[in-house]
Design a protein around this ligand. Structure first.
Ligand code: HPA
Length: 236
């Protein structure tokens, strides 16, 4: 059923969806990573494309930025388009000294300062976690790569320019690897719709250590690596 945010028809979107934040990245994934991809929706600059990966139908659709944005797209895909698995492929800022710019983080939990974990069950804060099958497949795929891969909790912030060193220090103390803005909502949406999700994140900057910008070529190589990990998770 088309929705206010998605004009695809039922069946136009595959049960497995890659979800970058950036709509232009989604278009590139459709062109360069999927086979025979066609555009099936375009609303508010958020394109959805469906093709295949290694013979299995797969779609790609951007989430936009932040918890409300990804919640809309993910919920509609799960609820109205029969999507079973979404893998976010995005970037995060490093928090832990154990991670460096260019590393990949597979989020096995998502902390958040948003209310998204408290909306669904009265008086309960849900634990926001990924699909175990997707997590296991992603970790297996990542361990065959020649780059550092970390598995641990991330922080999904509701406010990009938070500027609170005490928050970052507290999160680091409890083992948080990085900060981004969507994983917690994606995990909550999967939980409430009985679906599966995972976030695979490339560290694009570091809150404490800097670490230098990635060259365009490095960004591309890193992104290709995280895409292969994400696709392996979807195929699990
Ligand atoms: N904060 C929030 N989201 C991000 C960051 C950050 O520093 N880097 C990449 N995504």
């Amino acid at each position: 059923m088309p929705t206010p945010h998605n004009t695809a028809q039922p069946g136009d979107i595959a049960p497995l969806v890659l979800m970058p934040g950036d709509p232009r990245r989604a278009a590139r994934i459709a062109d360069e990573f999927l086979e025979d991809a066609v555009q099936v929706s375009e609303v508010r600059g958020i394109g959805a494309y469906t093709g295949s990966y290694r013979g299995t139908p797969m779609s790609v659709m951007a989430s936009g930025m932040g918890i409300p944005s990804i919640s809309i797209y993910a919920t509609e895909l799960f609820r109205f388009y029969g999507v079973r698995r979404i893998c976010r492929v995005g970037t995060c800022g490093g928090i832990s000294d154990r991670v460096a710019v260019r590393d990949v983080i597979i989020a096995n939990a998502a902390h958040t300062n948003s209310n998204v974990a408290r909306l669904f069950v009265p008086d309960v804060t849900l634990s926001l976690a990924p699909s175990f099958d997707m997590l296991r497949a992603a970790v297996d795929a990542a361990r065959t790569m020649d780059r550092p891969v970390h598995v641990g909790p991330v922080f999904s912030s509701d406010f990009f320019y938070l500027d609170r060193a005490d928050v970052v220090a507290g999160l680091e103390k409890v083992g948080t690897l990085g900060v981004e803005m969507e994983a917690a909502a994606l995990y909550a949406c999967a939980a409430i719709d009985g679906a599966e999700a995972l976030a695979v994140l490339t560290v694009s900057d570091h809150l404490k250590n800097g670490g230098g910008d990635m060259s365009a070529e490095e960004r591309e190589t890193n992104f290709q690596a995280s895409l292969r990990v994400a696709a392996a998770a979807l195929l699990a």
